[in-house]
Design a protein around this ligand. Structure first.
Ligand code: UD1
Length: 424
């Protein structure tokens, strides 16, 4: 899909089931190689990044089998510890295989992932964690190769100066089979960290304190196969909630994880949306119900590590606030280059000024359709929300970015009554 067309300015109403979480699935797939049997996932999102990660697992000897939204990974014949350069280029999350390969095989060879369209995204904290665990880490400056080896990793105290999600995941992946205890201080607290720890424990790992800034890992000798259901995608759910907040309407998002979305729900309520959990059983709410009438109220928000407002929903929120009744402020505290979408929103009539890490949005009564380009995954999703709220037709180019994270954004928006078509 290279292009999406949207005819906006009509409320969204209906219900959808949210896809499995991309950011939960990728570290879980990496973790699956820590055991020598078979793991079976359900709720796997049908998106490019997941297919790519499964492809990389196959390149190191795993057998992967997809059936509907299930994925079985047989890691009994894992053979290689080398990740190909072209795979790293296509998907930054492949760096998570480094911790898992080190843990399982005592060695890993990969490539520096380089910059990305939302910011510089270094991996110094990942490599620091491996070194603390006793790995010999070498970076070959000329071609960007990274090699890590260790006869057996040894438990250690790892102190992160910033709660990086990926570095915390890599530290966990490397530590579960290490000898002795590992303490991770300054750990990220995202729900995806909790699901990774939950999955590792189901394979036999011993982890305490997941979801807090201090995680304790007691190394074990071996892990075993298991089954696991990928949780609902809080960022995809937040994207659709934002679309309703921007365009108005009444929608039920089944499977949206209420408990992991409190900050987002709080901000959406402050825009004037009525947001409620959908009653559930023992497992808690079954989803989120949103109703929005009229223009959003302005907000002042700041992104940050969980439980703060997620940086991944900053762009969709810009789309909402572009229609607000007044002036809003959005501060981006995680990735320095997340405001690229602003120039595209300008083409639709949005009035936004960016100064360093802050965007000031002067809400407009009306946005209008235009030809715009998705510059990154979440920025592309924000353009969909803005287009749904705008008068006239919008053509969004560069939609392969959107496909990296959303199973079928056109299917979901159409289920809510939106007029949207994919082309190319
Ligand atoms: C993950 C998510 C991404 C989300 C981000 C923050 C996945 C696949 N991706 O990305 O969608 O936007 O968390 O919630 O789960 N940093 C360093 N050194 C490091 C690592 C990170 O300085 O070694 C910095 C980054 O440049 C950035 C900040 O830490 O400024 C946050 O990055 P991090 O939490 O690591 O994000 P990712 O794991 O890459």
């Amino acid at each position: 899909m290279s292009e999406i067309r949207i005819c906006g300015y009509r409320p969204l109403s209906g219900e959808i089931k949210i896809q499995g979480s991309k950011n939960a699935a990728l570290p879980l797939l990496a973790a699956s190689i820590l055991q020598k049997e078979t793991v079976r996932f359900t709720g796997i999102p049908a998106i490019q990044d997941v297919y790519r990660m499964a492809g990389i697992l196959e390149s190191v000897g795993c057998r992967c089998k997809r059936e509907g939204n299930g994925l079985t990974i047989d890691a009994s014949c894992l053979k290689g510890a080398k990740i190909f350069k072209e795979d790293v280029g296509k998907m930054r999350a492949s760096i998570l295989l480094m911790g898992a390969l080190l843990g399982r095989l005592g060695g890993a060879e990969t490539w520096y992932p380089g910059g990305c369209s939302i910011g510089s995204r270094p991996i110094d904290l990942h490599l620091m964690a491996f070194s603390e665990l006793g790995a010999d880490v070498r970076e070959e400056a000329e071609d960007g190769k990274i090699l890590a080896t260790a006869a057996r990793l040894k438990g250690a105290k790892i102190v992160f100066p910033f709660p990086s999600v990926g570095a915390t995941e890599n530290a966990l992946l490397a530590a579960v089979l290490a000898e002795g205890e590992t303490q991770i201080w300054g750990a990220a607290r995202e729900p995806e960290i909790v699901s990774l720890c939950d999955f590792l424990c189901r394979m036999g790992a011993e982890i305490f304190g997941a979801g807090t800034p201090r995680i304790l890992v007691k190394g074990v000798h071996e892990l075993h196969g298991t089954e696991y259901e990928i949780p609902g995608d809080r960022i995809a759910a937040g994207t659709y909630l934002a679309a309703v907040a921007a365009a108005g309407g009444d929608a039920r998002i089944w499977g949206a994880p209420w408990n992991g979305m409190q900050e987002v729900v709080g901000e959406l309520k402050r825009t004037g949306a009525k947001v409620e959990p959908m009653p559930g059983g023992e497992k808690g709410p079954q989803g989120i119900h949103i109703r929005m009438a009229g223009r959003p109220k302005p907000l002042s928000i700041s992104t940050g590590p969980y439980p703060a407002f997620p940086t991944d929903l900053q762009s969709p929120m810009l789309a909402v606030l572009s229609r607000a009744e007044g002036i809003s402020r959005v501060r981006e505290k995680v990735f320095e280059d997340r405001f690229k979408t602003v120039k595209e929103l300008w083409k639709m009539g949005a009035q936004i000024e960016v100064c360093k890490e802050e965007a000031v949005i002067c809400g407009k009564h009306r946005l209008h359709g235009a030809e715009v380009t998705a510059r990154d995954l979440r920025g592309g999703a924000a353009l969909v929300s803005a287009a749904l709220a705008a008068e006239g037709e919008t053509k969004i180019l560069g939609c392969s970015h959107i496909e990296r994270g959303y199973e079928d954004i056109c299917r979901d928006i159409r289920a809510l009554g939106g007029r949207i078509w994919a082309a190319g």
